[in-house]
Structure formats: structure tokens, C-alpha cells
Design a protein around this ligand. Structure first.
Ligand SMILES: *Cc1c(COP(=O)(O)O)cnc(C)c1O
Length: 378
């Protein structure tokens, strides 16, 4: 064990990250390149190690983040990469964007003007088109009008447009209705790109694939595959399988601090929501909702102890929780337990936990708090 407090920690497997990357790369044929989405501290996995591994070991040249702080962090780890900010940057920071050689997603002509006003140097941009996500970007009924607006933005001084992109709303669904919705989104951006070509404008990039699209509907027409969740080995949608070999990169572990045998009638944890109906062995575990292990898992979640599933009893507390280890006689104080990951033949994934309390694996991994050290397995 490394010299940190052995309480609650996440183990991040860099070999598995490299494997996931190579699978994603092989799914998407040239000219499509993988743009690694590393927003939110690399989906909670810890940006520095993830980005260095992807850039130095895997040769990734494209990264996407959500904001300027994250972009500057990535720039610190890779001086050469193309770094795209997918979200909003206040135009006052335009100078920083160009200073760090970052690419900004541009959502409108007004926004482009505001950026240009705030920087003496050219600023690199990809123009975001809202083809159906309803979030950010140019919104038009016709690709002709959209292309005309792209051309107007390209004429703004200091705005250097290198691509257009859009984001799918439902590429993680196999319902015919959602598939045709995504088809229309894809057609809109490709038509816009074609119209620009007819005007003699050949932008280096047009991209629209996220993880789900990279798995289920990859096409060489997208110059970049913006892969987020599958890099970390989780599912874009819990109901749909992902390609073989993609496996979770992160495990979450904690320790048993105490084991007690309790009598029938003993109450466990806040609110007395659990009362032992017979004699039981109860173990206390050193993790709680302040670590990002949701309180919504109270009396629902299971934890692996010596390769066996043990149920959480009563409410998850801020820093601790209790489990029933009656079926694991060898469980004792100091034992390491697995909240996310594999132990023997059993496995619990972030996607499994998510489905227990009505969210997605994305939120589970992003929610593992700062207090939980990330330990990297080389
Ligand atoms: C977060 C994000 C992605 C990555 O999504 P995944 O489902 O994790 O692959 C891609 N593009 C945009 C615009 C995003 O915001």
C-alpha cells in the first residue's frame, strides 16, 4: 500500500485505459481520429494521469474539456495537443484562450464577435450547431441558412474557424424513433458541411460522434470521435452492450473498521430504518456519501467482501456505512472491501450502482469526491 490514509480510495487501471483506447481506435476507421473527452477531471478518474497516459502512451492528439480551467490544465500536460472547449467561456477570457492555443466552441455570431473584441490575436474555433440536442449552438431549420451563418462567422476578423460540430441527443438508444432522430441530426451537419464545400470552404473538421455513436453508428464522415464514457469502460446507456474488451478503468475500495455481532432488535444507523430481525454480524465500512457513495444506496447497495455480496443495512452516513456480513464469517476489521470493481467471481460496476438509484454511470464516477485519493495502477 502507498503512504496514504487507507480509508476510501479509487484504483485507476492505466493498462485498461490503454486497452479501451485501442479498441475505440480500431472501431473508428481513418480519417476519424479519437478526441478524448476528459472534462470533469477525466470523468472523476483524475485528469493528469489519464491525459498523460492517453497523450504519451497512446498518442492521442485531440482532447475535449468543458471549460477554460480544464483546458489550461490539459495544456500543462500536453503542449502540442488540440484542446477543444465544448462549453461556455466568458468572452472576457478570449485572450487566455488564444494565449494557451485552445480551440473554443462557438455558439453564435454574437459570441464570436464578443470573443474577437477581447483578444488581440486570432482565436481558434469550432462552430457548434444545434441539430436537435436543444442545448447550445446555431439553430436553423435549413442547412443552407446554417451554412450562411457559418460563413458570416468565418468573416469575423480574428475568428479562425477550423471545424463545425454537433452533439447527438439520443445516439445511445436503439428505438427506431431515436435512430431516425439521430439520422436527421447527422444529415443536417453533413449537409451543412457539403454546402460549405460548394462555397469553396473545406474545413479541416466536421464531427458529431460521441461514445454511443462511436459504438453503434461510426462513420468515417466524422473527422473526430469524441469519446468520453467508453474510454472509462462504462456504458452510454445501461441497456445496450458495448464492444467486447471495453472494461471499467476505476475501482472503489474501503476498509472494514469494526465487526459486531448484534442481537435481534438492534437498530442500525440514522433514523432506525433497519432493525435486525435475528442475530447478525454487522461490519462498519469507512466510506460514505461525502466520498460520493450516494445516500440513495441506503439499504439498497451491495458491497463485495471476500468475494461475496453483502447488503448495506440502514442509511449511508457521511463517512461510514454498515453492511451485513453474517454470511462472511472471516470478515474482520482491516479487511479491504470493494464498492465498485471485481472481487473473486463477483463484480459491481458504476453502471450497476447507477441503476439502483436512478442515475447513470457517468454521474457515479464524476461524483466520487476529491477526498477519495486516486491510486494509479501502471
Ligand atoms: C460530454 C460530451 C461528449 C462525450 O460524451 P460521452 O457520452 O461520454 O462519449 C461528447 N461531446 C460533447 C459535446 C459532450 O458534451
Amino acid at each position: 500500500m502507498k503512504p496514504y490514509l487507507k480509508r476510501a480510495w479509487a484504483e485507476v487501471s492505466l493498462p485498461q485505459l490503454r486497452k479501451n483506447y485501442s479498441i475505440i481506435k480500431s472501431l473508428n476507421s481513418p480519417p476519424t481520429e479519437v478526441m478524448a473527452v476528459v472534462k470533469a477531471d477525466a470523468y472523476g478518474h483524475g485528469d493528469e494521469h489519464i491525459i498523460r497516459c492517453l497523450a504519451d502512451d497512446c498518442g492521442v492528439k485531440y482532447f475535449a474539456v468543458s471549460n477554460l480551467d480544464e483546458a489550461i490544465a490539459v495544456r500543462g500536460f500536453c503542449p502540442e495537443a488540440d484542446i477543444l472547449i465544448l462549453g461556455y467561456t466568458p468572452p472576457e477570457y478570449a485572450h487566455e484562450i488564444s494565449m494557451y492555443n485552445i480551440i473554443q466552441g462557438v455558439v453564435s455570431a454574437e459570441y464570436a464577435e464578443a470573443l474577437a473584441k477581447n483578444t488581440p490575436e486570432p482565436i481558434r474555433c469550432h462552430i457548434k450547431i444545434d441539430t436537435g440536442m436543444g442545448r447550445i449552438g446555431l439553430k436553423y431549420d435549413l442547412p443552407e441558412d446554417c451554412a450562411a451563418e457559418v460563413l458570416r462567422i468565418m468573416n469575423i476578423k480574428k475568428i479562425s474557424v477550423e471545424g463545425i460540430y454537433t452533439h447527438f441527443a439520443a445516439a445511445d438508444s436503439d428505438s427506431p424513433d431515436n435512430i431516425s432522430y439521430t439520422d436527421r441530426q447527422e444529415k443536417f451537419i453533413l449537409d451543412t458541411y457539403e454546402i460549405l464545400l460548394k462555397h469553396g470552404v473545406r474545413l479541416p473538421h466536421v464531427h458529431f460522434m460521441n461514445s454511443a455513436a462511436a459504438c453503434y453508428r461510426n462513420t468515417p464522415k466524422s473527422t473526430l470521435a469524441r469519446a468520453g464514457i467508453i474510454l472509462y469502460g462504462l456504458h452510454p446507456d445501461a441497456g445496450l452492450p458495448i464492444p467486447d474488451g471495453l472494461e471499467p478503468v476505476m475501482e472503489l475500495k474501503a476498509v472494514i473498521s469494526q465487526v459486531k455481532t448484534v442481537k435481534e432488535g438492534t437498530c442500525i444507523s440514522y433514523g432506525r430504518t433497519f432493525t435486525a430481525e435475528k442475530e447478525m454480524r454487522i461490519a462498519t465500512v469507512t466510506i460514505g456519501y461525502a466520498d460520493g457513495y450516494s445516500r440513495l444506496l441506503s439499504s439498497k447497495g451491495e458491497i463485495l467482501v471476500h468475494g461475496k455480496r453483502c447488503k448495506i443495512v440502514g442509511r449511508v452516513c457521511m463517512d461510514q456505512l454498515m453492511i451485513d456480513v453474517s454470511a462472511v464469517p472471516e470478515a474482520c476489521s482491516g479487511d479491504i472491501v470493494t464498492l465498485i470493481g471485481r472481487d473473486g467471481d463477483e463484480r459491481i460496476t458504476a453502471d450497476d450502482l447507477a441503476s439502483l438509484y436512478g442515475t447513470i454511470g457517468y454521474e457515479v464516477v464524476c461524483g466520487i469526491s476529491k477526498r477519495v485519493p486516486r491510486i494509479y495502477i501502471e
